[in-house]
Write a new protein. Structure first.
Length: 305
């Protein structure tokens, strides 16, 4: 049976074509969104919409057909999946519990080590233990990372991240309902004044900018899409906690342990969902999307009831 979802139309998508807007709201390809609409699966104000109809302000209902099991992506040691690769770059889907690179005190798997074990030669630029690493995800955050294989790619991508031309899109489940449902958090982040292992919004911290938009609301929480303008350590977690909407499961930053237990979460509900960047040696965009891992998908299913 199809699954029905009820989604608020973000302000930025009011007046947009239904197929383009639905693709954006659900993280689908535009072709897949058009297929859903052509099958009569999109409704607003009691009316079935066509793919070229424009969305109005309000709520839409979407009937999603049951997913067929997708073919597994190629994997490398450590549980990483390779979602894109060529001679210059490799984009990995990093599971929770894997660090970006070796560091003092960390004895678990790393992206660098897993790729090396699989025979990938990475850029030699940068510190030896961080070969090819141009950005990082926390150990407790899953999702997309791009790693440089060529020295030219390393130089290009480091500059792109510094100049903020890389599009980094995260999905998160935040406790409660954010008001307004879309906005920007511009608040400096630095070391927590009382806990060396935490970060906080502090006077004199590094400039930190987070853009957010609510995708779906539940009785106890909201599914939020987040675009990072800066990339500070724990930025999303700190900014959401500062808004009094900590990420579900993020006990470090004040999440409700009862909700975390109900959702079966042992870490924060945060996933690096989409990554887009200019290819370092070719005049084209590389855009990759990652599905939610099992623990986050299961928690979301509980919220949806």
């Amino acid at each position: 049976m199809p699954e029905t979802r009820y989604l608020p139309v973000p302000d930025a998508l009011v007046g947009e074509r239904a197929d383009a807007a639905l693709a954006r709201m659900l993280g689908l390809s535009r072709t897949r969104a058009a297929d859903v609409i052509e099958a009569g699966g999109l409704f607003q104000d009691g009316r079935t919409l066509g793919k070229s109809d424009r969305l109005a302000d309000g709520i839409v209902a979407v009937d999603l057909p049951e997913e067929r099991e997708a073919a597994p992506e190629p994997e490398v040691p450590g549980g990483l999946a390779i979602l894109y690769e060529d001679d210059d770059v490799v984009v990995v889907d990093k599971p929770v519990g894997v660090a970006a690179h070796p560091s003092p005190g960390w004895t678990g798997p790393t992206v660098v080590g897993a790729l090396a074990s699989a025979g990938y030669r990475l850029s030699q630029h940068g510190p030896p233990e961080r070969q090819g690493i141009v950005h990082r995800l926390d150990v407790g955050t899953s999702g997309l990372m791009v790693v440089a294989r060529s020295d030219a790619a390393y130089t290009h991508l480091k500059r792109a991240f510094k100049e903020r031309t890389v599009e980094k899109i995260y999905h998160a489940v935040a406790q409660g309902h954010l008001d307004p449902t879309a906005g920007t958090i511009d608040a400096p982040i630095g070391r927590h004044p009382h806990s060396d292992w935490k970060f906080a919004v502090v006077e004199g911290g590094k400039p930190s900018v987070t853009h957010y938009e609510v995708l779906e609301m539940f009785p106890a929480a909201s599914l939020v899409e987040i675009h990072l303008e800066t990339g500070r350590t724990h930025q999303i977690r700190v900014h959401m906690a500062a808004m009094r909407h900590p990420l579900a499961g993020d006990l470090t930053y004040g999440a409700d342990p009862t909700l975390a237990q109900r959702l079966g979460l042992s870490r924060q509900w945060l996933h690096a969902r989409e990554l887009a960047f200019e290819h370092p040696t070719q005049a084209r965009e590389v855009r990759v999307t990652s599905d939610y891992p099992e623990d986050l998908a299961a928690a979301l299913a509980i919220l949806r009831g």
